[in-house]
Ligand binder design. Structure first.
Ligand code: G6P
Ligand code: G6P
Ligand code: BGC
Ligand code: BGC
Length: 914
């Protein structure tokens, strides 16, 4: 008898175990779920497979997570989870950064959830009306962010048509319609208040934003609540459904639909099918129905019915409560597992149970929720690995922002989820952060960004964002260092893009220079001729007189002969005015283009840059060309003693005042740097002792494709329209000749897309060169910048709104900031090299700087200095502005050359002229 009972019990146990075993997933099963999820993610992103993918991968038009600059007062709606909420959210930025929220929960009765669309939206508007009364805010037209937790096909941040209802909603006439429009119409129908609906946001996206506000590593949003879903930051280039390749966009995966194409039928059980058939959306949201709060209780109930039917539970009695759909809410599941009160809860549900029954019920609950957590974990593993691979990383840290009642209330769900992710994505270190404030806060943050016109423009200049990041700057520095080495070696120099040209200048001024010189200064924004007198009575003093001469376009783009005739003519005029036509003065020639020098006064132009393009000069020695032009005239004589690049002239000018100066940089029409290198590293020049100034010609950095990952469509357009396409690519991203034009191109694109100037564009704005770099400098002035923006745009025939002016100022900042950071990165490369050369733990040095962009832009210098100091931490770098141009320095070089020549020495390449 005893054995018979024991046998029966054992048989029953086996049956129960068998039933539950079908809901237990092996690690192999889970690995397969991960792999299949990955396939579906990819299919959803691709154009050719998107329409049949079960994971829809919907673009959200949210391009970035919050950065702390968001501010303002917003209204938010939060519809689709357990509660419907209306909120007002006040966001402060800066040092008082904070978010304050007031909210009210409203009920949505079942008959409204499943009535007509008009009734549903009228109800929503009625709740808003009540809330505005309650807050006393009916007369303020607030911007509104709408969290709408259903799949929406968005075409913009404020446009989204409902793909299909999920969870408990089934209102008619909504699917396929724009939910923002439906809300607007309902507001109009009520005719009581007005709102500016700025953004529609899925709850996953809202949750990600809420959490990212605190933790910038948060780039994924997960909801494990009534429904189940995930969003994450995807690379634009992978999102084929949206145009553009730069930057990132948040994608709402809608992974709840996973399996709609039968790909997980192997793990679905008859209980899952039963739940599906009894749902409002049969056949849909299959993954959601295995993982989310709305359905777990139903799965449990189906299993309990089955076990009861087979006489394994509740003494075989299927009672009314057990037959009632929805009786088993997920909160009971959580309570059963959290507290040992199964029987009390069953009793509350009207289910009479024995002690054994309660053990079995608890086991069923555990199995069902465990499977849900594991499935979410497998899905999440697919997502994090995808992000990691996007970034080409071996290992990655990332944060997931999570919300939802299941995650929050269930005692084991979060732990099992995390364990599964860890096991299936071992190369990712994933942290889960609970969203404390719901997704309404995130929706308000998105609205804030949107309201200040940034994300729209972000969509366009996300490519620029890269250089707002210090890592970006550091990476470029890495590039740069490699390049520096290449240029110096004789075998790699011919192919190196950064030419590293020897200058035959071997030391900075030592205070002994003297004489009366002429300096020519050609290649910057002005062509100057100067007389520089260096005298030496007790103290060295320098006297300079200068005149600016025109360089008309037809001359700099004409024949080389004409250009040098013009230079010779201007020089003649200058000497006449100075009354020195009968003297043969020594001339120092600042020629601000890349030249291969063989001696101080032999200098072959490699290629024109910037605005110059005179024919027949490239490959020629410019000293010979100028001498020829002077001789042809025959009315005066001159002795061209030295050709110097403007960077070298600047270093020498600054070196006159500060002996520590060993770097010269120009951030003007063009950009370039020179620095003092150890002779032993310079293969191209004989000798190992001492140093020589190297003209890096860093403007050509990137001409071999090394900057392709950060060049934007605007950089490419600038290059195409330039005099030297494919050349000086770095220069074209940073220097004064191009900055204004970059801004203009962005403005045109944004206007064309309707994000600026209400879509209006004047012919002036469409004209190349109409927006100048000096305008960027004025617009970025902190006090009058916005007024300046209005003036400048007004002069281009535009009528910008206040918002337009803010956006234009923002664009100017992004472009100029990128420039400063790029220069900081390359300069950082040079300084690190100097430091290595000296072998001192700390670098003390001075950088001489000149150039109109650096001098005139209100923020440029400060940003540059700051980033350089951050990139080269063990250093004391002094930045010294060259007050008197590079000609003073050129005169110093000439003085030395003159002295050596005077003493009968040859001042050629091998001479140490210090
Ligand atoms: C957040 C959001 C809701 C969202 C919910 C999911 O808090 O504010 O809009 O739908 O989480 O949780 P639930 O469990 O309520 O579905
Ligand atoms: C210095 C030099 C110029 C040089 C210029 C760069 O002052 O004397 O020869 O080319 O700076 O600045 P810019 O902005 O004129 O190109
Ligand atoms: C919806 C998603 C939503 C999720 C969580 C799903 O039913 O389709 O859009 O994010 O529930 O609320
Ligand atoms: C030239 C350099 C020059 C720089 C700054 C560049 O375009 O190639 O030689 O130093 O502009 O004027």
């Amino acid at each position: 008898m005893v054995t018979a009972v024991a046998q029966r019990l054992a048989a029953q146990r086996r049956e129960i175990n068998d039933t539950l075993a079908r809901l237990s997933l092996s690690s192999e099963n889970l690995q397969q779920v991960k792999d299949k999820m990955r396939v579906e993610l990819e299919r959803g992103l691709r154009k050719d497979s998107h329409s049949t993918a079960s994971v829809k991968m919907l673009p959200s038009f949210v391009y970035r997570t919050p950065n702390g600059t968001e501010r303002g007062k917003y209204l938010a709606l939060d519809l689709g989870g357990t509660n419907f909420r209306v909120l007002v959210v006040k966001i402060r930025s800066g040092i008082r950064k904070s978010v304050r929220m007031y909210n009210k929960i409203y009920a949505i009765p079942l008959e409204i959830m499943q009535g007509t669309g008009e009734e549903l939206f009228d109800h929503i508007v009625q709740c808003i009306s009540d809330f505005l009364d309650y807050m006393g805010m009916k007369n303020t037209r607030l911007p509104l962010g709408f969290t709408f937790s259903f799949p929406c096909r968005q075409t913009g941040i404020d446009k989204g048509s409902l793909v299909s209802w999920t969870k408990g909603f089934k209102a008619t006439d909504c699917e396929g319609n724009d939910v923002v429009e439906m809300l607007r119409e309902a507001i109009k129908r009520r005719n009581e208040f007005d709102l500016d609906i700025v953004a529609v946001v899925n709850d996953t996206v809202g949750t990600m934003m809420t959490c990212a506000y605190e933790d910038p590593k948060c780039e994924i949003g997960l909801i494990a609540g009534t429904g189940s879903n995930v969003c994450y930051m995807e690379e634009m280039r992978n999102i084929e459904m949206v145009e553009g390749d730069e930057g990132q966009m948040c994608v709402n995966t809608e992974w709840g639909g996973f399996g709609e194409n039968d790909c997980i039928e192997d793990i679905r059980t008859r209980f899952d099918r039963e739940v599906d058939e009894g749902s409002l959306n049969n056949g849909k949201q299959r993954f959601e129905k295995m993982t989310s709060g709305m359905y777990l209780g139903e799965i449990v109930r189906q299993i309990l019915i089955d076990l009861t039917r087979r006489g394994l539970l509740f003494r075989g009695h299927i009672t009314e409560p057990l037959k009632t759909r929805g009786i088993f809410e997920t909160k009971f599941l959580s309570q059963i597992e959290r507290y040992r009160v199964v029987r009390a809860i069953l009793q509350q549900l009207g289910l009479d149970s024995t002690c054994d029954d309660s053990i079995i019920v608890k086991e069923v609950c555990g199995t069902v929720s465990r499977r849900a957590a594991q499935l979410c974990g497998a899905g999440m593993a697919a997502i994090v690995d995808k992000i990691r691979e996007n970034r080409g990383r071996n290992q990655m840290n990332i944060t997931v922002g999570v919300d939802g009642t299941l995650y929050k209330l269930h005692p084991h769900f979060s732990r099992i989820l995390k364990d599964t992710v860890k096991a299936l994505a071992p190369q990712c270190d994933v942290e889960f952060v609970l969203s404390e404030d719901g997704s309404g806060k995130g929706a308000a943050l998105i609205t804030a960004v949107q309201h200040h016109r940034q994300p729209r423009s972000d969509s366009i200049f996300c490519g620029f964002r890269w250089y707002a990041l210090p890592e970006g700057a550091a990476a470029a520095k890495g590039y740069k260092l490699r390049e520096l080495g290449n240029g110096l070696c004789s075998d790699t120099n011919p192919t190196a893009t950064v030419k590293m040209l020897p200058t035959f200048v071997r030391s900075i001024p030592d205070g002994s220079e003297k004489g009366d010189f002429i300096a020519l200064d050609l290649g910057g924004s002005a062509f100057r001729i100067l007389r520089v007198k260096v005298s030496h009575e007790k103290k060295q003093t320098v006297q300079m007189e200068s005149q600016i001469y025109d360089t008309p376009e037809d001359i700099i783009h004409g024949s080389g002969t004409r250009l040098f005739d013009h230079v010779a003519e201007c020089l003649g005029d200058f000497m006449e005015k100075q009354n020195i036509k009968d003297k043969k003065l020594s001339v120092g020639f600042t020629f601000s283009f890349p030249c291969a020098q063989t001696k101080l006064n032999e200098s072959y132009l490699l290629t024109w840059t910037k605005r110059f393009k005179a024919s027949g000069v490239e490959g020629m020695d410019i000293v010979t060309l100028l001498n020829k032009a002077i001789k042809k005239r025959g009315d005066y004589d001159a002795d061209i003693m030295a050709v110097v690049n403007d960077t070298v002239g600047t270093m020498m000018t600054c070196g006159f005042d500060d002996q520590r100066c060993e770097v010269g940089i120009i951030i003007g029409t063009g950009t370039n740097a020179c620095y003092m290198e150890e002779l032993r590293h310079i293969d191209l020049v004989e000798g190992d002792e001492g140093r020589m100034c190297i003209n890096t010609e860093w403007g050509a950095f990137g001409d071999d494709g090394m900057l392709e990952d950060i060049r934007t469509e605007f950089d490419r357009e600038i290059d195409r329209g330039s005099l030297n396409p494919g050349k000086q690519l770095f220069e074209k991203m940073v220097s004064g000749m191009y900055i204004g034009e970059l801004v203009r191109l962005i403005l045109v694109k944004m206007a064309k897309e309707g994000f600026l100037f209400e879509g209006r564009i004047t012919p002036e704005l469409l004209t190349k060169g109409k927006f100048e770099t000096k305008h960027v400098s004025s617009i970025e002035k902190s006090k009058e910048g916005l007024t300046k923006a209005k003036d400048i745009l007004g002069r281009l025939g535009m009528e910008p709104s206040a918002d337009d002016c803010i956006a234009v100022q923002h664009i100017c900042t992004i472009v100029s900031h990128r420039s400063a950071n790029l220069i900081a990165a390359t300069l950082g490369g040079i300084l690190s090299r100097l430091k290595d050369n000296k072998g001192n733990p700390r670098l003390r040095t001075t950088v001489g700087i000149d150039g109109s962009l650096y001098k005139m832009h209100p923020q440029y210098a400060r940003r540059l200095h700051k980033t350089v100091r951050r990139l080269v931490p063990e250093s004391d770098v002094r930045f010294l502005l060259s007050e008197s141009g590079s000609s003073k320095g050129a005169a110093m070089v000439t003085a030395v050359a003159y002295r050596l020549a005077d003493h009968g020495n040859e001042y050629n390449a091998l001479e140490d002229f210090s």
